[in-house]
Design a protein around this ligand. Structure first.
Ligand code: SF4
Ligand code: SF4
Length: 238
């Protein structure tokens, strides 16, 4: 499968969205995390916690086809310039109307990917999904990796394989992020969780980069979800 290109050689985001539309788990994970947010919004839908970004072509598609999104405006100038500096070059910071008004078919790639990013190993191979560890205290999915469906993993990997083929500079962004993760986890003597493209799950030892197979139920759980894990809701019963 290839991303179809339009006549001016830009990516077709309708096609991309339609092929990366699988929910992460069988549950609505927003219901799991929102109760812990003061605003009662899922954390990844609250710009106090996470500001989505869009590729330039994606922003063109969104602003032409929906009124859901606008460019992100931050009241505090310092924070705005900090995020402008941190975002990948050329990407546009955006915000939607709010989780009550979500239009699922117009969620951005960042909405569909969160909390995951494509992990690039020391040999520059995109080997699978790891997560934005900074959100471990807010994102329920990070503490419930065993709930991530294989269908979602395949859709994620297919999406980024093809995105990297068409936008090779994107891979460099995630390679850098993966290097930072190895440094951070190495310092903390933690292993990096990987939902591998081979369908299995592993922990990576940051120093040696060796892969240790692991049952995903054994991945670490973080508060407040660690406590909740021991008191599962009826709909979570295995
Ligand atoms: S991906 Fe994480 S932060 Fe976003 S709604 Fe699901 S649990 Fe909440
Ligand atoms: S578009 Fe939907 S999923 Fe994305 S940030 Fe807005 S409410 Fe959340």
């Amino acid at each position: 499968m290839l991303f179809p290109m339009s006549l001016n050689n830009s990516l077709d985001f309708r096609f991309i969205y339609d092929h990366f539309d699988t929910p992460i788990t069988g549950l609505d994970c927003g219901n799991k995390c929102a109760a812990f947010n003061q605003t009662l919004a899922p954390f990844c839908c609250d710009t106090h916690h996470a500001v989505p970004s869009a590729y330039p072509e994606e922003w063109e598609f969104l602003k032409t086809n929906t009124d859901l999104w606008r460019k992100w405006h931050n009241p505090t100038k310092d924070c705005a310039s900090h995020l402008d500096h941190e975002k990948p070059e050329g990407h546009i910071l955006i915000e939607c109307k709010g989780h009550q008004y979500c239009q699922r078919s117009f969620r951005s790639i960042t909405c569909r990917s969160f909390p995951f990013f494509p992990y690039i190993d020391h040999d520059n191979q995109f080997i699978g999904l790891s997560y934005y560890w900074q959100y471990a205290d807010r994102c329920w999915v990070i503490s419930n990796l065993h709930k991530v469906t294989m269908e979602y993993r395949i859709a994620f990997i297919t999406n980024y394989d093809l995105l990297f083929r068409h936008k090779s500079a994107e891979k460099d962004i995630y390679r850098y992020h993966s290097v930072v993760m190895r440094r951070v986890f190495g310092r903390k003597k933690m292993k990096i969780p990987i939902l591998h493209r081979d369908g299995k799950t592993y922990q990576i030892v940051p120093k040696s980069c060796s892969l240790i197979p692991v049952d995903p139920i054994c991945f670490p759980k973080y508060e407040p979800f660690k406590t909740v894990h021991n008191l599962p809701f009826p709909d979570e019963a295995e």
